[in-house]
Design a protein around this ligand. Structure first.
Ligand code: SAM
Length: 382
């Protein structure tokens, strides 16, 4: 085991940097070096850009959905889904020899989407995952009842002989039942893509534990996850007005998100007293969440901020035990991309913040000590 190497918080602590966070193993530090070397750091600053799913790919699926209701997406969501597509396509290829492959979509969304700026239609995560080749043999899709109906259409279109479960309702309540139907030996990818803070820590923990015994005894990987962490939402919810946040019962919601009380409350206090600036507090909330994932035993943690011209909205956090998984996600995150705009003659790559690697030690950089976690009791929760 290598010694922990605390490194300074990124200078632009308040900016939307992306970090690869490591645990303490030599293995991981080496891998982080490898990941970073996929794209030279100098090039990253210039070419950290986003690109979208090729229109031709989108059109191929569009025809199947004539007449279906649509959800309008902004460019940042499109950016997220294009990274998702690249990752999922690579995931099934990389696990092509496995007997089973499983996909879990905790917030599957509408089956058809349209990009607001250009009017282009494109498939959502559930359809992308159902359409990839080689196929996932087991798929679990969760959505709130009023939207879940459309997922049944997708199931009929793409299901075939494989196991596709559509779970109508709150994924936090339904995850246990769904996991019972998924083979623990299958390489499994879970996409956690809520609108805000709907997905609770108990759900993340269930996912992490699903394959744990098998993974630990057979030197295999746990469920891989790509999780939307709403830094913008945290900033807004736990803003500078404590009374209104408490009146709206927001602390309870945040405690469910983290599965505990304590450390995030201290960061909130620091924000309220001005010890931390808004951007610093947002980053601290994120790193705290990544700490929680590390506690679940994940070896590779990557963070990818997604933002508009007005600032960061959320950070996509990747958690995996797989070196290959880490490499693939790093590649997908760093791939050159172009953000679509309605009013341009030529599509140009956008300048983006540079990636930073963060090792353990971020807590040491805080101007105060964080308390221990007090675990949230979901059974006796209001
Ligand atoms: C950002 S959208 C998902 C988009 C989708 N992943 C895609 O790429 O097409 C978030 C979705 O989560 C759903 N949702 C919110 N809370 C949920 C919960 N507790 N359980 C399941 N779905 C939920 C919302 O109805 C919404 O459709």
């Amino acid at each position: 085991m290598g010694a922990k190497q605390p490194i300074a918080m990124p200078p632009a602590l308040q900016s939307s940097a992306t970090w690869a966070k490591s645990t303490q193993s030599d293995d991981l530090i080496a891998v982080n070096g490898l990941l970073t070397s996929l794209v030279p750091r100098a090039t990253l600053a210039e070419s950290y850009v986003t690109s979208l799913v090729p229109v031709a790919k989108i059109r191929g699926i569009e025809r199947k959905f004539e007449g279906a209701a649509m959800r309008e997406w902004k460019a940042h969501s499109y950016e997220k889904i294009s990274i998702f597509r690249d990752y999922v396509e690579a995931f099934v290829r990389a696990s092509g020899n496995a007997f089973n492959r499983a996909y879990i979509d905790a917030c599957a969304g509408d089956t058809e989407n349209v990009l607001k700026v250009t009017g282009e239609r494109f498939p959502g995560s559930a359809e992308i995952a159902l359409a990839v080749q080689p196929p996932f043999t087991h798929v679990a899709l969760f959505e709130l009842p009023h939207k879940a109906k459309r997922l049944h259409t997708l199931k009929a279109q793409y299901g075939g002989s494989r196991e596709v479960g559509v779970y109508e309702g709150n994924c936090n309540e339904l995850m246990i039942a769904a996991l019972r139907g998924l083979p623990v030996k299958a390489p499994t990818f879970a996409f956690i893509d809520p609108d805000g803070m709907e997905v609770e820590w108990r759900t993340i923990r269930l996912l992490a534990d699903h394959k744990r015994q098998y993974a630990e005894s057979q030197n295999k990987t746990k469920v891989e996850m790509w999780i939307l962490f709403s830094t913008g939402g945290m900033g807004r919810m736990l803003g500078s007005n404590e009374a209104s946040a408490r009146a709206a019962n927001l602390p309870e919601k945040v405690a469910r998100l983290y599965g505990g009380w304590g450390p995030w409350e201290r960061i909130w206090k620091a924000r309220l007293t001005g010890e931390l600036k808004p951007g610093e507090a947002r980053l601290a909330y994120l790193l705290l969440y990544m700490d929680r994932l590390e506690e679940l035993g994940y070896r590779y943690l990557l963070a990818r901020p997604v933002h508009t011209t007005r600032g960061e909205l959320y950070v996509m956090v990747f958690a995996s035990d797989s070196t290959a998984g880490g490499n693939i996600m790093q590649w997908a995150q760093q791939k050159e991309r172009v953000v679509k705009r309605a009013d341009v003659l030529f599509e140009m790559p956008e300048a983006r913040p540079q990636y930073d690697d963060i090792h353990t030690g971020w807590r040491d950089q805080l101007p105060f000590k964080l308390p221990e976690w007090r675990e949230y009791n979901y059974e006796s929760a209001p």
